[in-house]
Design a protein around this ligand. Structure first.
Ligand code: DCP
Ligand code: MG
Ligand code: MG
Length: 598
């Protein structure tokens, strides 16, 4: 067996992972607190995507069939959760809430309900403040520039449960592990504080893990669930060089449960360790254990190591160095950084899929209008913010955080019937992109007026280029996207190494036409809600497929999961077509970059 002791684990960071409890149900409960005390299930299609803990006490489970849920608990309240708007907004709000409470700006989302925070700098700062003679009366400073802000805590003991439950006391550790112990101890108190803030001010509880890297923090949180926290404690190895708590902890996990080891990789590992093909059970959904192979089984398997794993998992299409990376994960190594939160999404899109055919031009235009209107409203929510300076008259202004430079229209035509009446099942999407017209950034016109204009001037011509036939297109999907985001100076504190002065000047220049004073009675949020409800009703043909997007939400604020490889991209400027991955380079060729020099 290859040893991993030659390489040292990076133990210098303190990472806190949040997984909100029964997330969708909590969003609904916070909108309607009376639901907190009743069993509540959230339905998408025919399944319970999640349910609150009261419902779980009564035997409901995540991903249960609705029929089953009704049988088990007939008085459960079932709320439809196919429109993801409220969940996406709540996720974003919570993300901003937590971001304001850490120093590093390193906050990374995974899906809607998980967040990692890199708290190393806060821990280091507060470690230096510790008074060894009065640990029980310690003060944790939560604001770098205000020494009076923070909370009192007892720095003699870790707060909350640990892994292992009977973790070694500080005195029993070697010097290196003692330092680690203190840092994690401080991390546990910071986690308590953040959980308390989140619950008292936002109404959300979470399951939290505290450890030295992303993988470990995510996994260790699950040891005590819900509304709790767990800290993964040293020793890394005992005085005799025996393996420490990280191995002990990782070893008990099913290989397929390690984040980063997806189903396909797990299958290959199972096959190698079991010496036979893994059972392929297609019926099992998300979370089901398909083979019982633990990390320990793999780690201690004869001949296994980074090279062997490279041999098993590598090959065409595989990531280079995958063997080493997976070997690292099995041993609790994870050097990946918590990325800085993006204040603006890389793209915003709206789409609908259609069960019945979209045939006539009127039908297409109507759908384009609905999507365009939703897109514009979404842009107002996601890439605008209140201006800090209040304009004359004391009325708050809004401004754009970014400008999408490109508008993309995507459709998915159904292939024609074969001669025997069957149809090839096809998921090919085709796209056409062009410059985003400037008028969409206007705030004096309503989204519906703007959408109307966008359809006439831009979307219909794009559609005509994509579909030259006059009629009968037989479309199963339309997607309208604002892409190629050019951030404005509002984001400059997140974009290191830029000339902030120049960006401000440029922003003034770019935005002068769009900086509009909004009257209070047209608050965009309220407007967006009503109209989303209306537009849902006005879509008899549409079948919202958004539920399917959740699992693939990589943390970006975009709500599409287009398999990139399937897309063809038609450039609106020169008319050439190319695979989707080439579009960035192609746009740069035309000078449409997300940071176009002025
Ligand atoms: N979700 C979904 N479809 C899935 C899985 C999850 O729509 N197949 C949604 C509903 C959940 C949210 O994502 O509320 C977060 O997923 P989690 O697995 O974290 O589940 P919960 O947060 O609901 O519950 P828990 O308390 O177990 O974390
Ligand atoms: Mg989760
Ligand atoms: Mg959760």
């Amino acid at each position: 067996m290859q040893s991993d002791r030659s390489q040292k684990r990076d133990e210098s960071r303190v990472i806190i992972h949040f997984d909100y409890d029964a997330f969708y149900a909590s969003v609904v409960e916070n909108e309607n607190p009376a639901l907190k005390s009743v069993p509540l299930a959230i339905q998408q299609k025919q399944i319970v995507v999640t349910c609150n803990y009261e419902a779980r006490r009564r035997g409901l489970r995540k991903l249960q069939l609705i029929t089953e849920a009704k049988r088990v608990c007939p008085d459960a309240v079932i709320v439809l959760g196919e429109d993801l708007t409220r969940f996406r907004n709540a996720s974003k709000d919570l993300c901003n809430f937590l971001r304001e409470r850490i120093w590093s700006g390193r906050l990374e989302r995974l899906g809607f309900d998980e967040v990692w925070l890199d708290c190393t700098d806060m821990i280091e700062f507060n470690y230096a403040l510790l008074n060894r003679n009065g640990l029980e009366h310690s003060f944790f400073c939560t604001a770098k520039d205000d020494p009076t802000r923070g909370f009192d805590y007892d720095a003699r003991a870790v707060f909350g449960p640990t892994y292992p439950a009977d973790a070694a006391s500080e005195g029993a550790l070697n010097e290196e592990d003692r330092l680690l112990h203190s840092r994690l101890l401080l991390g546990s108190h910071l986690a308590r504080y953040l959980r308390h803030e989140l619950e008292s001010q936002q109404g959300y509880t979470a399951t939290v893990g505290i450890a030295t890297n992303k993988t470990l923090s995510k996994l260790v949180g699950n040891v005590n669930k819900p509304r709790n926290q767990t800290t993964l404690m040293p020793p890394l190895a005992d005085a005799h060089g025996n393996e420490g708590t990280v191995h002990q902890f990782m070893d008990m996990h099913d290989v397929g449960k390690v984040p980063g080891i997806g189903f396909k990789l797990a299958q290959k590992i199972w096959a190698y360790v079991l010496g036979r093909e893994a059972t392929h059970d297609e019926g099992l959904v998300y979370g089901g254990i398909r083979e019982n192979v633990t990390v320990r089984d793999v780690r201690l398997h004869e001949h296994i190591g980074p090279d062997k794993l490279e041999e098993i998992l590598g090959g065409p299409g595989a990531q280079k160095g995958i063997g080493g990376r997976i070997w690292g994960l099995l041993n609790g190594y994870d050097d990946t950084e918590v990325s800085k939160v993006k204040r603006v999404p890389s793209q915003i899109s709206q789409e609908d899929s259609y069960m019945k055919y979209l045939h006539t031009f009127e039908q297409v235009c109507q759908q384009l209008f609905l999507l365009a209107e939703r897109l514009i409203r979404r842009m107002h929510l996601d890439i605008m913010e209140d201006d800090e300076e209040i304009a004359s008259g004391g009325v708050p202004t809004r401004r754009w955080l970014a400008h999408p430079r490109t508008l993309r229209l995507t459709t998915r035509p159904r292939p024609p019937l074969n001669s025997d009446g069957t149809r090839v099942r096809s998921f090919n999407r085709i796209s056409h992109s062009g410059p985003m017209p400037n008028f969409v950034f206007s705030l004096t016109e309503t989204p519906s007026v703007l959408a109307d204009r966008l359809v006439d001037t831009t979307l219909v011509p794009m559609f005509r280029k994509l579909h030259t036939e006059r009629n009968g297109w037989n479309l199963s999907l339309i997607n309208v996207a604002a892409t190629n985001m050019a951030e404005t100076a509002a984001n400059s504190k997140d974009s290191e190494g830029r000339d902030i002065g120049r960006m401000f000047r440029r922003q003034e220049d770019v935005l002068k036409d769009f900086k509009v004073v909004e009257s209070q009675d047209t608050a965009p949020l309220a407007g967006a809600e009503t109209s989303e409800a209306q537009s849902d009703q006005a879509e008899p043909l549409s079948l919202s497929m958004q539920g399917a997007h959740v699992l693939n939400d990589g943390g970006d604020w975009l709500d599409e999961d287009q398999p990139e490889a399937e897309q063809v991209y038609y450039c609106g400027i020169c008319g050439s077509s190319m695979p989707n991955f080439a579009t960035d380079a192609h746009n740069r060729f035309h000078g449409i970059t997300s940071e176009r020099p002025s």
